[in-house]
Design a protein. Structure first.
Length: 384
């Protein structure tokens, strides 16, 4: 392994206070490595919230296991822990605790249920880098955690994933897998990703995001750029080169981003608080009240709007950055749900959230002026 990738892994592990970190091409590859290292396979079941990205489900299907979905809480969008125990069977091997939007799960309850049943807990921290649960970083409470540094995550290396753990046996198994099976990204992939990162940092701002996302999705479908999700990934069939390691270019970018992470976190908290205050000033319910047990660092700020599609269409024309996560229980809307063992009505709260929730930007390029303009725009619609 190249020294720059090792350096990034070490610095990432140090930030979380864990023993080991492993870098990958994408966050979903990190989850796949964890599932493989835990010997999850055919006949096993993996529990996760029914309000997620299909790319989180693909690794479960790739190893031959069955995803089992738990409905969500309406306020935090996280797994409803009151429904968790009824989903556990003698085939359950892993629970994935997804910290949705950056809101920490009720980890004490999840860990207690898991430990009483001899089940491993993996934390999905792709949207929650820096969030804390009762003073501890999310990603350090379960057996392992995994992260993404794809385009719209807490920080971006273009694409990128990381798995962390302090469990020696698990780390040794991941090390063995990466030594024996992992492949490297091609020179063309790295070059394309490098160019996309340059364009992203020069030209992507809140007022241009909607137009850029449309162009980005079009070019991804045409194979002209390296997208976070190819069309082939909307069916649970693993590509031959899926298990791919991180490039040196991504690692260098990750080291730079880590050096600015505290400033990034402070900015996200500041803008989230501003959204709270601006909504409260209009007599609307602001963000969630965790009563001190959680310190979220949000990737984006979720708001329910009854006229979601109308708001999204008008936002693009108005130069307002408005996100559509999650468009369906297994985002995005193109997902063939039946292929992933999901049936309509299985998670009614998740389906309701998918119809209503838009999300507001919190990234470092969002100014207070932009935040105020965004709130003024969304409050022109009927909030749920």
């Amino acid at each position: 392994m190249d020294k720059i990738i090792e350096e990034y892994q070490q610095k990432f592990a140090r930030f979380f206070g864990v023993e080991w970190a492993f870098a990958f091409w994408k966050g979903r590859v990190a989850l796949y490595a964890l599932l493989r290292a835990l010997d999850v396979g055919r006949g096993d079941q993996v529990i996760l919230p029914g309000y997620t990205c299909v790319m989180n489900v693909n690794p479960i299907k790739y190893v031959g296991a069955k995803p089992v979905y738990v409905d969500i809480e309406p306020d935090t969008f996280n797994m409803n822990v009151n429904l968790l125990e009824e989903k556990i069977t003698n085939k359950t091997k892993v629970i994935i605790a997804q910290h949705t939007y950056g809101y920490p799960c009720e980890m004490d309850t999840i860990m207690k249920i898991a430990q009483s049943s001899g089940i491993c807990v993996i934390e999905d921290c792709c949207l929650a880098l820096g969030s804390k649960y009762k003073g501890k970083m999310v990603g350090t409470l379960g057996l392992a955690g995994y992260f993404s540094s794809q385009w719209n995550k807490p920080y971006t290396t273009g694409l990128g994933g990381m798995a962390i753990t302090s469990d020696r046996e698990l780390s040794e198994r991941i090390e063995s897998l990466t030594t024996n099976e992992i492949c490297s990204p091609s020179s063309r992939e790295v070059l394309m990703l490098r160019m996309q990162l340059i364009v992203y940092r020069l030209f992507i701002f809140p007022r241009t995001t909607a137009m850029a996302q449309g162009l980005f999705r079009y070019l991804t479908k045409k194979g002209a750029i390296v997208g976070s999700s190819s069309t082939s990934e909307f069916e649970p069939v693993k590509a031959d080169d899926f298990f791919k390691g991180m490039s040196k270019m991504q690692a260098r970018s990750g080291i730079r981003q880590l050096s600015k992470i505290e400033k990034n976190i402070a900015h996200r908290r500041k803008i989230a608080q501003l959204y709270d205050e601006l909504l409260a000033a209009k007599d609307l319910k602001p963000g969630r009240d965790f009563r001190g047990w959680a310190e979220p660092v949000l990737v984006r700020y979720p708001v329910r709007i009854k006229e979601k599609q109308k708001a999204l269409a008008q936002a693009a024309k108005a130069g307002i950055e408005l996100g559509s996560w999650f468009e369906c229980p297994l985002h995005p809307i193109e997902t063939p749900l039946a292929s992933y063992d999901y049936e309509s009505g299985m998670c009614p709260e998740a389906e309701k959230a998918a119809r209503q929730v838009v999300n507001l930007p919190l990234h470092p390029r969002v100014s207070e002026k932009t935040a105020a303009k965004t709130i003024e725009f969304i409050t022109g619609f009927t909030l749920s």
